[in-house]
Design a binder for this molecule. Structure first.
Ligand SMILES: Nc1ncnc2c1ncn2[C@@H]1O[C@H](COP(=O)(O)OP(=O)(O)O)[C@@H](O)[C@H]1O
Ligand SMILES: [Mg+2]
Length: 380
């Protein structure tokens, strides 16, 4: 029988649980033309949520375009990718694409190349020199098409923080913002996993994207929903888990969506009929072993005070710059502590949640406790 759990790709339908309020809110923003910024650490479910809402609102009258900036390294690539995605989303006919490209990118006059499979091998290319002078045409493209067709367009851009690595990032952001904020028929949903960078882009008053729209901090999924999700998934596949053990799975990885699914899956494969605590223990070991090489590397790259800092975090010390903590964990000076904190935040190893320093990756934390602090993960 196939595993009823799913991780490592966006989830939908019966693999998607809860997020009812988030879905409602994002859907209402899409339908009411409210720009949204969606922020959470990676693998908490941003892409899955955006895809779900995109499916819900996508229609003849509302076209959703999804763009992932992960592979896009500079402004030039951005314009090409953006304009291609926008025109391809509005029709499935190549003639229409060419017509739109010619009509609305007049100054740029794009070139079209067509391969054997016209749909996938179709590519509109823009000459950089001309784009630099006429970039406004590219940014105005969705609004023009939407107006002409009398539709609404929603443009979802994943890994949006990548634009801060482009040349002259603030100038580029100004360009985007000043074009996008006047558009009537186009709504933007900008999301990303590098929290630190996303917050800089959208929450700093001096930055172009300040107050661009509503900022949503996506949360993890609450335990009661995980319990229901996990017990039902076992039931569907003729295996049994008690609600208490399902809760144990969720707690083990601190309700982190990706890891809950992965740990539930590992527990599920290790179970013949009925889950017991031993199975979850073995599944947890399995999970840590799978990632061990990565965690060794991460740990090797830490300086000794950074390592000490993480030891303190893993030992649940809250006042990290207190005299006691500094001397017990050998952290140097309190100025040093705040420097370490900033570096680890920037490298996405730790996060601050409810004004507490926590590991961003709950499985790394478990591995760290077991292998560096030599703790027993399960009480004997
Ligand atoms: N609503 C959900 N219900 C159940 N599992 C989810 C949900 N959202 C995310 N997940 C789990 O988390 C993983 C990462 O989700 P994804 O949407 O790719 O996150 P992100 O875009 O934030 O990195 C998925 O593969 C899935 O295992
Ligand atoms: Mg994603």
């Amino acid at each position: 029988m196939q595993t009823p759990f799913s991780f490592g790709r966006t989830v939908r339908a019966h693999h998607f649980t809860n997020r009812e309020n988030d879905t409602k809110r994002l859907r209402s923003n899409f339908e009411n033309g409210i720009n949204t910024t969606l922020i959470s650490p990676r693998r908490w479910g941003k892409s899955s949520l955006v895809e779900k809402v995109a499916d819900l609102v996508n229609s003849k009258k509302t076209v959703v375009v999804c763009i992932d900036l992960f592979p896009i390294r500079n402004e030039e690539e951005f314009y090409t990718y953006f304009s291609n995605a926008v025109i391809k989303a509005t029709s499935n006919k190549m003639e229409v694409w060419m017509e739109l490209g010619k009509k609305y990118l007049k100054q740029i006059s794009p070139k079209f190349s067509i391969g054997i499979d016209p749909i996938n091998d179709f590519e509109m290319s823009l000459e950089w020199e001309s784009v630099q002078k006429n970039y406004k045409e590219v940014l105005a493209l969705p609004e023009k098409i939407a107006k002409e067709k009398d539709i609404k367009m929603v443009i979802c851009i994943d890994e949006f923080q990548n634009i801060s690595n482009y040349n002259e990032p603030e100038l580029f952001q100004k360009r985007l913002r000043s074009e996008w904020q006047h558009q009537q028929n186009v709504t933007y949903c900008l999301y990303g996993s590098k929290q630190h960078m996303m917050t800089q882009l959208f929450e700093k008053q001096s930055m172009p994207f300040y107050r661009f729209g509503e900022i949503m901090y996506l949360q993890k999924i609450e335990e009661k929903y995980w319990v229901r999700y996990i017990t039902l998934a076992f039931e569907r596949t003729k295996k049994i888990i008690t609600p208490a053990l399902a809760a144990q799975i969720a707690q083990m990885v601190k309700h982190h969506p990706y890891y809950v699914q992965q740990l539930a899956h590992l527990t599920w494969i290790a179970t013949e009929k009925t889950v017991d605590l031993k199975t979850i223990e073995r599944a947890t070991d399995d999970l840590l072993n799978q990632n061990a090489i990565l965690y060794y590397k991460d740990t090797e790259n830490l300086s000794s005070t950074q390592l000490n800092f993480l030891k303190a975090v893993a030992s649940n010390v809250e006042a990290l710059s207190s005299k006691e903590a500094i001397s017990k964990f050998n952290l140097g000076t309190s100025a040093n502590v705040s420097k370490i904190k900033d570096t680890l935040l920037k490298h996405e190893i730790i996060d601050i949640q409810n004004s507490k320093v926590v590991f961003i990756d709950p499985a790394f934390e478990l591995w760290f406790k077991k292998n560096i602090l030599k703790q027993e993960l399960f009480k004997k």
